[in-house]
Design a protein around this ligand. Structure first.
Ligand SMILES: Cc1cc2nc3c(=O)[nH]c(=O)nc-3n(C[C@H](O)[C@H](O)[C@H](O)COP(=O)(O)OP(=O)(O)OC[C@H]3O[C@@H](n4cnc5c(N)ncnc54)[C@H](O)[C@@H]3O)c2cc1C
Length: 561
């Protein structure tokens, strides 16, 4: 009887080991198929037999040793063991939102980081970026001190009225109460905005400045090294940099993605296509009756929409989204062009609130940018051997949800958490695979929702139909009498539920919550500073007549990216 029990136990144990190995191996299936990885595996066969048994086999194949890790004692420490004397080194290609947060998160795990950034200096450029509650809870999860520093430069919009307005009638169509209600439900900090240059400077300081970031360092290719030696990145000037892992956080025109997926980094063979939409953006200092009560407003109407958001320091950022052919950029005056478009719809001139921000924005402060995106990469691995990707490099999305940067921050957090658990370099390949498998569904949903939102709002939404009793400009039947207008009116009662579902889903990712008391203190501090700053800027502009934003952006060219 005892022998039979032992046999059953052994069989169960063996089954468990086989299941664990199969599960680990399955994590590699897509990357094993890549030609580069096949080459790496054959190159890696050289060390087979140098180390005994499973350790040697693991080094040779790159398969993890999870099931047998307990057997590798100090006497048999693998050559790839991660120790304080031999820590992991991660090369991060691209010092944008994702790359900088990743650098900070990895450093917190005791991992060495080198950021290779294509541009030669961190000029203060780029407009404000919205960080939603999920991203703020992630930043808090990465580092409490970093979160506190972000809050010192932050403006909450989620505490105020936000929503969609009828762009012609200037009436609320629906309000996004879900933004604050869902943040309250999960006890998360409220959504808000921060200037990209402020965020960039702060992160640069947090990760050790020039000691960590190499500028003028455009990565042009990478090469997997045999066994657990890692990966080598080559820069445009021929310099080579080696590390255990290379992370492509090099944005929508990623060179890392181009090599991994054998595509061009941009153009018709890149897989990144023009979305059909272009976006104008500008910001201006303006004082409105509702400045302190309203966060952001989306004005809808025929064939286009307009967004304004308070971005702190008395300023309003705005975007105009239009369906135009690619490369429609050259024209004498963006301001005149927009003025004409928004002045002359079939139902008449758009809201005076739209014209107020347009009027107050100098022409040379208005930029246009064509918007590109990619379908979710569901069937392709984001990881190849010791290389993986985060952010726009692998899941660029339309800006309508304001989640592109937020998802890059979530990627950074998850990747760092997983890398922090690596005790031997033979686990790297499996770790990178499990990272992308975890991130793929959520980022794909965000990509899909963002795309759906832009298609709906530009192509399906219109001025909502109203009966003549509410709007008599269209005759006895009311109007406008288009399918889109009727659709927009019919959808209205469901909008609240749709947004509760959307924000509820987005905020389910929250590595570190706040307490209710913390949130109260934060809101008080941030919004008191917000009021004082805005009034000071308005007074100053009134005194000098100068545009503060123009001074900040000297020589930068772009106001957003
Ligand atoms: C109009 C607009 C508004 C948006 N608003 C929001 C918002 O409110 N909230 C939000 O969360 N997201 C927003 N986004 C999306 C957000 O900007 C991006 O998702 C985010 O910047 C992605 O971060 P990233 O680090 O992946 O890429 P990026 O921020 O693009 O950074 C990539 C970096 O890599 C560098 N680089 C490029 N190639 C190389 C190379 N070969 N070697 C080395 N370095 C390289 C670049 O110079 C750059 O610094 C918006 C986007 C647009 C277009």
């Amino acid at each position: 009887g005892e022998a039979a029990t032992m046999f059953r136990h052994r069989r169960a144990l063996a089954a468990l080991v086989v299941a664990a190995l199969a599960a680990s191996a399955s994590a590699f299936v897509p990357s094993l198929h890549s030609p580069l990885n096949a080459a790496r595996l054959s190159a890696a066969s050289a060390p087979r037999g140098l180390l005994p048994g499973r350790v040697g086999a693991s080094l040779a194949t790159g398969l993890p040793l999870r099931a047998g890790r307990a057997h590798v004692g100090p006497m048999m420490q693998s050559a790839g063991a991660v120790t304080p004397e031999n820590p992991l080194k991660v090369i991060v290609a691209g010092g944008g939102v994702g790359g900088m947060f990743l650098a900070k998160a990895l450093q917190k795990k005791g991992i060495e980081v080198e950021v290779l950034e294509k541009t030669n200096k961190f000029a203060r450029f780029g407009g404000p970026i919205q960080l939603a509650s999920n991203a703020l809870a992630t930043i808090k999860g990465i580092d409490e001190n970093l979160f506190d520093r972000v809050m010192k430069k932050f403006t909450f919009t989620g505490t105020r009225t936000n929503g969609i307005k009828d762009g012609i009638r200037t009436q609320w169509y629906t309000k996004f109460n879900a933004i604050s209600d869902m943040a309250d439900y999960f006890t998360l900090p409220y959504t808000g905005v921060i200037d990209r240059p402020d965020l960039q400077e702060l992160l640069l300081d947090e990760i050790g400045g020039d000691d960590t970031v190499r500028r003028d360092a455009e990565v042009v290719k990478y090469e997997q090294l045999p066994g657990c030696e890692g990966v080598r990145a080559t820069l445009k000037d021929g310099t080579q940099v080696t590390g255990d892992v290379l992370v492509g956080s090099d944005g929508i025109w990623s060179a890392i993605r181009a090599q991994m997926w054998d595509q061009d980094s941009r153009g018709p063979k890149s897989g990144t296509t023009y979305s059909g939409y272009t976006c104008f953006a500008g910001d201006t200092i303006q004082r409105t009756d509702y400045y302190f009560d309203v966060g952001y407003q989306v004005y809808i109407g025929p064939g286009k929409y307009f967004v304004t958001s308070d971005v702190g320091r008395g300023r309003t950022q705005w975007y105009a989204f239009l369906a135009l052919p690619e490369g429609s950029k050259s024209r004498a005056s963006n301001k005149d062009y927009l003025y004409e478009l928004f002045n002359d719809g079939p139902e008449g001139r758009w809201s005076e609130e739209v014209f107020k921000v347009l009027d107050a924005t100098p022409d040379d402060q208005i930029d246009q940018r064509d918007l590109f995106d990619r379908p979710p990469s569901v069937l392709r691995s984001w990881s190849d051997g010791h290389v993986t990707m985060i952010g726009d490099a692998v899941h660029p999305m339309m800006p309508n949800l304001g989640q592109g940067g937020c998802q890059a921050i979530e990627d950074a957090y998850v990747l760092a958490e997983k890398m922090g658990g690596v005790t031997d370099r033979s686990q790297i390949q499996g770790t990178l695979s499990s990272f992308y498998r975890e991130r793929l569904p959520r980022t794909a949903i965000c990509q899909g929702l963002s795309r759906l939102a832009s298609d709906l709002i530009v192509s399906a939404f219109d001025t909502p139909y109203q009966p003549a009793s509410q709007d008599d400009r269209f005759g006895p039947l009311g109007g406008p009498l288009s399918i889109n207008s009727i659709f927009t009116a019919l959808l209205r009662p469901f909008m609240g539920a749709i947004f509760y579902a959307q924000f509820g889903y987005l905020y389910t990712f929250h590595p570190k919550k706040c307490t209710k008391e913390e949130i109260e203190v934060l809101v008080d501090e941030v919004m008191t500073r917000h009021r004082v700053d805005a009034e000071a800027v308005w007074e100053r502009v009134g005194l000098t007549g100068k545009d503060e934003q123009a001074e900040n952006r000297e020589g930068s060219g772009l106001s957003f990216r």
